[in-house]
Ligand binder design. Sequence first.
Ligand code: FAD
Ligand code: DLZ
Ligand code: SF4
Length: 528
Amino acid sequence: MTVLVPILGDQLSHRLASLQGCDPADTVVLMMEVAEEATHVRHHQAKIALILSAMRHFAAELRAAGWRVDYVSLTDPDNTGSFTGEVIRAAQRHAPRLIRVVEPGDWRVEQAMLDWQTFVGCPVEILPDSRFLCSRDEFAGWAAGRKELRMEFFYREMRRRTGILMDGKEPVGGKWNYDAENRSGPPPGLKGPPLPRFGPDAITREVLELIGDRFGQHFGSLERFNWPVTAAEAEVAAETFLRQRLPTFGQWQDAMVAGQDFLFHAVLSPAINLGLLDPVDLSRRAEAEYHAGRAPLAAVEGFIRQLIGWREYIRGVYWLEMPGLAEANFLEAERPLPDFYWTGETPMACLADCVRTTRDNAYAHHIQRLMVLGNFALLAGIRPQEVADWFLVVYADAFDWVELPNVAGMALFADGGRLASKPYAASGAYIDRMSGYCGTCIYDVKVKTGPRGCPFNALYWHFLARNEGKLARNPRLANPYATWRRMTEAKRNEYLASADAFLQQLQPASGGWAHAHKTTPDREDSPC
Ligand code: FAD
Ligand code: DLZ
Ligand code: SF4
C-alpha cells in the first residue's frame, strides 16, 4: 500500500518535508488544480497562471526524478474543485495506508486538512514546514509573555541562529540594523536595470490560454506575464538581482518612480513563496556579495533583514494571531473599499500609478503597498477585511500567511499595535519626499486643505482626530497630537471639513471583483 503525498501550489520545493524519507516506489504524489483556490477570492489572472504553470513544471520535474505523480488538472471533468474533494477521490484511486502532507500556509486550508482523516479512513500526518527557519511552536515560545511583538528582537535571534552576518557573537560591522542609511528619495531620472525575460514555454502558453478563457473576468492582465515558473528560472532571477540590483537595493528601497515598477527590488517574493527559491540560501548568497566587496553592508543587511527577519516574523505572527487576525478591526474602520483600487481611475497620481503596476504586473513594491495603498486605506478608514481581500487578490506573492499580517498589522493597525509600535500614517509630504508622483498630480502636495489640496494632508489629521481616544496615549504619536492640539479650532475644523468633503465623494467598489456576485455564480465555481 502506498503513501499519498499531496503537494500544494505553494509547496514546490524538492526538499519538502513530506518527500523526505519517502520511497518513490511506494509513494504517489498528488497535485491538484482546484477552482476553489482561484475563486474563494478572485485572484489576479497572472497569479493563477503563475501558480498553475509552476505546478505543472514541478510535476514534470518530480516525474523526471522518479516520482509517481497523480496530477489533477483544472479541466478534468471529474474535478470536484476543492482540495478535500480531490484528496477523497485520490484516496479512492490509490487506497493509501498513509497521507503525508506539509502544513499549509493558510489557516482556511489547514482547517479543511484537519478533517481529511475523517473523510478518507487512513491516517493523515501533517508535518511542520521545514522551509521556514522558525517553526510555529518556536515562534509561539518566543512570543509568550510579550505584550508587543517587535521584529527587531526576533531578527537578532535569527541572525544568531544562522550565523548570517555574524562575527562571533557580534553583528558584522558592529550594528544589527542599517536601515537609517537606506532611505533616499529618488533623484530625477532614477531607473532600475531591466528584469530578465522569461519567454513563455509550451506549458506556460497553454496555462495562459486556459486562464484567459476561464478567469478572464478576474482583475489584472496576462499581457506582461514574466514570472519565473521553475527553480532554474528563479535562479536566473536571483543571480541577476544579486549582481545587478543588490548593491543599490538599500539606497533606493523606499523610492517610488512612476512607470519604474521594479527599481532595485528583488522581485523574488512569488518565487520564494512558491518554494522555487530558498530564502536562507539567498541570504547567504547576499552575505557572500558583501564579503566579496561587491555590495555594501547596508544594502546586504537590509535585504537579509527582509528575508530572515520580516518574512519569518510575519509568518510567526499569522499563526499566533489566527483566526482572530482575520476579523481584527481595532480602529473600527467601516468605510467600503473605493472603486479606484480596482479601476485605477483616480486623479491622485500616486494611487493611480500603484494600481496600474498592480494590474499590469501583479506586483508593487513594499513602499507602494505600505505608504500609498495601505496608508490611504488607513487614513480613509477602509474596512480591514475589504483591504485584506484586495491585497490577497492582486499580488502574485500574496498568500494568507504573509498578506494578512502585513495588511491588518503593519498597514492598518487593525491589531491594535501587536505588530507595529505605531500606525504607518503619513501625509502627502512623505510621498513627495520618496517619489516623483506629486509633480505630475492635479493635487498640490503643499496645499493642506480644499479642492486643490493633496487629500493625504487633510486625511492625515482626520485620521488622528477621529482615533484620538485610541491612539493619543501612544508615545510615538505624542508629537503629532501635540501639533494637532496647538492648532486653532478654526484650523482643525478646516482640516476635518476638507477630509469629510473628500471622503464623501469616494465611490465604493461596485462589487464582484474580490468575490463573485452571489446571484450569478462563476462558471468555474464547483458545487463541492
Ligand atoms: P524586496 O523589497 O526586494 O524584499 C526582499 C524579500 O524580502 C521579498 O522578496 C520578501 O520575500 C521579503 N520581505 C520583505 N518584506 C517583507 C514583509 N513585510 N513580509 C514578508 N516578507 C517580506 N509580501 C509577500 O510576500 N506577500 C504579500 O502578500 C505581501 N503583502 C504585503 C502587503 C502590505 C500592505 C505590505 C506593506 C507588504 C506586503 N508584503 C507582502 C511584503 C513586501 O511588500 C513584499 O514581500 C515585497 O514587496 C516583495 O517584493 P520583492 O521581492 O521585490 O521584495
Ligand atoms: C493560489 C492557488 C491557486 C490560484 N490555485 C491553486 C491550485 O489550483 N492548486 C493548489 O494546490 N494551490 C493553488 N493555489 C495555492 C493555494 O491557495 C495555497 O497552496 C493554499 O492557500 C495554502 O497556502
Ligand atoms: Fe499623491 Fe498627494 Fe502627491 Fe497627488 S499630491 S501624488 S495625491 S501625495
